[in-house]
Design a protein around this ligand. Sequence first.
Ligand code: KG4
Ligand code: ZN
Length: 333
Amino acid sequence: MILAIETSCDDTCAAILDEERLLANIVSSQTEFHELYGGVVPEVASRHHLELINAVIAEALTVAGVKLAQITRVAVTTRPGLIGALLVGVASAKSIAYSLGIEFVGINHLEGHIAANYLGPDPVEPPFICLIASGGHTSIIHVQERDRFVQLGQTLDDAAGEALDKGARLLGLGYPGGAELDKLAAMGDPGYATFPICLNRAGNLDFSFSGVKTALYYFLKQKKVDEVEKHRADIAASYQSAIVSAIINKTLAAARACDCSRISLSGGVSANSELRGRFTSECEKLDLKLSIPSPGLCTDNAAMIASAARYLPAVPFPGYLSVGAVASGGFAV
Ligand code: KG4
Ligand code: ZN
């Protein structure tokens, strides 16, 4: 019986997993606190995690109908993420493991996103290419076995979700703007303007989204206000299309390079309608299988952390007491 905790960014999450059965998956979003500032404020996030974590764990136990004493393993995201936010989850997990005398497992957040694929009614079996595109990450990973993966590419600067959110802000939409941009873009013409498709060279599976964001900034600056107003949907569609094209081109190139016939999408950006639509038709054309976990398992959650914890050895006592949180992305396997 695994209790998992995830606090790497601005969602306070706890889940209970009993072997294959997900008994509870609680997410307390802090978006309303951060939208005031137009982005996640790390210190505000840590403080809210501190206020929410016990209540979120208690709710997970109640929903699961499980007592704390029944938990045999506690899993927690230790990296990458906002350091103060991670520390709240790590300290909570250590305390629970120590007080109950149970197993402790530290999880890489990206491994969690991959392991979301092993939950739900149709678990996906490796090998597959996993695209993780969120507000904090854009990575392409070749998942060879449940516990063996190779990162093929990642963003060199902004994440895809961050680029969509910042583009949305330049177009006067709220925070986080990805979903709003998606709606606006659906009404526009993606051929209206040309924005750069990042690192569009064969053999390179990395991303860079800072250039397309700057291109939008100068595009808007050079246009007359009424022209921008008239074409907001067209600009949104053109901008989003450049980002989606980069993601699709690189992910398909990764599948080709690894001779892999299945692609899985994860992270909040996988909710994007253009991304889903174009991936679906490209995969059909190329005879590739496409899997997208349910929305609640694609965005940040603790169920995916519990899932990953099934395939990793526990850190023995007292060693886990010195496990730290690490902000950087190092995806060591
Ligand atoms: O995985 P997630 O919930 O949290 C992390 O960032 O870790 O992803 C949030 C990101 C935000 O950048 C948000 O704007 C983006 O996912 N997003 C979308 C859509 N829904 C959420 N981006 C594009 N289209 C959407 N429909
Ligand atoms: Zn994430």
